[in-house]
Design a protein around this ligand. Structure first.
Ligand code: CU
Length: 83
């Protein structure tokens, strides 16, 4: 199980490397809403606004590098590397 924690206006870890077929689950540990939105066009994934302790799972079926950001706070960026 692969996890990304959202806290203090950042994604942790900023780069997470997983195997193809892994489900990554983001959890918002901050006390304000955040989103998880793929930077690619078309978007590989896009969450709704996550309130505190909300989770967003996404399964990565293809290898590649998947940059993403928070659409509410665009300076929050990170990426998933799928091997
Ligand atoms: Cu945010």
């Amino acid at each position: 199980m692969a996890q990304v924690k959202i806290d203090n206006f950042s994604f942790g870890p900023a780069t997470l490397t997983v195997a193809v077929g892994t489900t990554v689950t983001w959890t918002n540990r901050d006390d304000i809403p955040h989103t998880v939105v793929s930077t690619d066009d078309p978007k590989a994934f896009k969450s709704k606004a996550l309130d505190t302790d909300d989770k967003f799972p996404f399964t990565f079926a293809k290898p590649g590098t998947y940059p993403y950001f928070c659409s509410l706070h665009p300076k929050m960026t990170a990426k998933i590397v799928v091997q």
